[in-house]
Design a protein around this ligand. Structure first.
Ligand SMILES: NC(=O)c1ccc[n+]([C@@H]2O[C@H](COP(=O)([O-])OP(=O)(O)OC[C@H]3O[C@@H](n4cnc5c(N)ncnc54)[C@H](O)[C@@H]3O)[C@@H](O)[C@H]2O)c1
Length: 331
């Protein structure tokens, strides 16, 4: 069987081809699956997709009409897939429910320390032989308070690093994580966490209940000199409200690996086009903001695990086996 993989990065292609060798042929495309590209999948029983593919109703209907029976998503998050429609179309949808949470947690910390210690500005200056320290002052993390919203696998890995820095730990989650409690985390209401934390990091999934978790009110509740990090999903933050707060000079630093309107931008080279997104354009002009394009998971270790699990998901589907990675059918 030949599988069609959408949204494949150049680094990923040889890893995917090597993993699937001896099992199934894979045709790798760098374009993302969306309404414009869905017809390419005609005749492919299995398509393999990534976070910025659009698997809404219309795309799923086009896939089903073309003979696609299975979607193998190469990520943990699946907010880009309409599961109810997939179920109605009798498709199988599987994701990668586990891969190195350290990849994302370490990257979230990379953003936090880069904005705290002004690394981008410092690097630009030294390239210009400007060796002044003005404007580069950061803050010790030791003794300060980290607020972690979502203490699952990635939140826990982030918390372990915060503990290593010697920080006070506040958590917010629907379920307390015993490992985080053991590290000294105190679970508190969201507003208390936002009001007391010097560093706020988001690790909850994007769902209807968490959309715009950080809205204008939440931003106003945070300390003026806090650091805000989002390596989860862009839709967790009201970006326009964030821009308004930044314009007022608030926050020591903001690190964003995700952006609510990232689909159609992130993972693509848009450098030769006019910027059509005014919010993103404004966001990147703030000297205390660092935006990266959804790269937190992008380590050899995590990508290797994602591809291995995706292969297992396809083999399970072919053999009629069920695993915890199957989202549809539900049982
Ligand atoms: N930037 C990247 O490259 C990247 C890569 C992987 C994952 N992610 C994001 O990170 C998120 C977290 O991943 P994970 O592996 O830690 O997931 P996880 O399921 O292990 O943890 C999520 C936590 O959020 C909590 N939660 C769920 N709904 C909640 C709600 N309504 N209110 C409060 N807490 C709630 C859960 O109880 C759980 O503890 C993913 O959903 C994904 O969006 C980003």
């Amino acid at each position: 069987m030949e599988i069609l993989a959408f949204g494949v990065q150049a680094d990923e292609k040889p890893l995917i081809e090597r993993a699937f060798q001896g099992h199934h042929e894979v045709r790798c495309l760098d374009v993302f699956l969306n309404e414009d590209t869905a017809l390419i999948a005609t005749g492919y029983e299995v398509v393999c997709t990534s976070v910025n593919c659009d698997l809404g109703r219309r795309v799923l209907q086009t896939l089903a009409a073309g003979g696609t029976r299975m979607v193998a998503q190469r990520s943990t998050g699946f907010n880009n897939i309409d599961l109810l429609v997939a179920e109605r179309l009798a498709m199988t949808v599987a994701r990668v429910s586990y891969y190195s949470p350290h990849s994302v947690a370490e990257f979230a910390w990379t953003l936090a320390m880069a904005v705290n210690r002004r690394i981008v500005r410092a690097s630009t200056r030294t390239r210009d032989f400007d060796f002044r320290l003005d404007g580069l002052m950061g803050r010790d993390m030791h003794g300060r308070t980290a607020g972690i919203l979502g203490t699952g696998k990635i939140g826990e890995a982030f918390t372990r690093i915060a503990h290593g820095f010697g920080m006070n730990l506040l958590g917010w989650d629907v379920a307390e994580n015993p490992a985080c409690l053991q590290l000294g985390m105190r679970y508190v209401p969201k507003d208390q966490l936002l009001a007391e934390s010097d560093l706020v990091s988001l690790h909850v999934p994007l769902m209807p209940e968490t959309r715009r978790l950080i809205d204008a009110d939440a931003l106003r509740t945070m300390k003026d000199d806090a650091i805000l990090i989002n390596s989860s999903r862009g839709g967790l933050i009201d970006t326009a409200a964030l821009v308004a707060e930044l314009r007022d000079g608030r926050f020591t630093g903001v690190g964003l690996d995700v952006y609510e309107a990232e689909a159609g931008l992130f993972f693509l080279d848009k450098s030769l086009e006019a910027v059509g997104d005014d919010t993103l354009a404004r966001l990147v002009t703030f000297p205390n903001v660092l935006v990266t394009s959804h790269q937190a998971y992008y380590t050899e270790d995590a990508v290797g695990q994602i591809i291995e699990t995706t292969l297992e998901n396809v083999l399970d589907y072919r053999a009629g086996r069920r695993s915890e990675n199957v989202l549809v059918p539900r049982s």
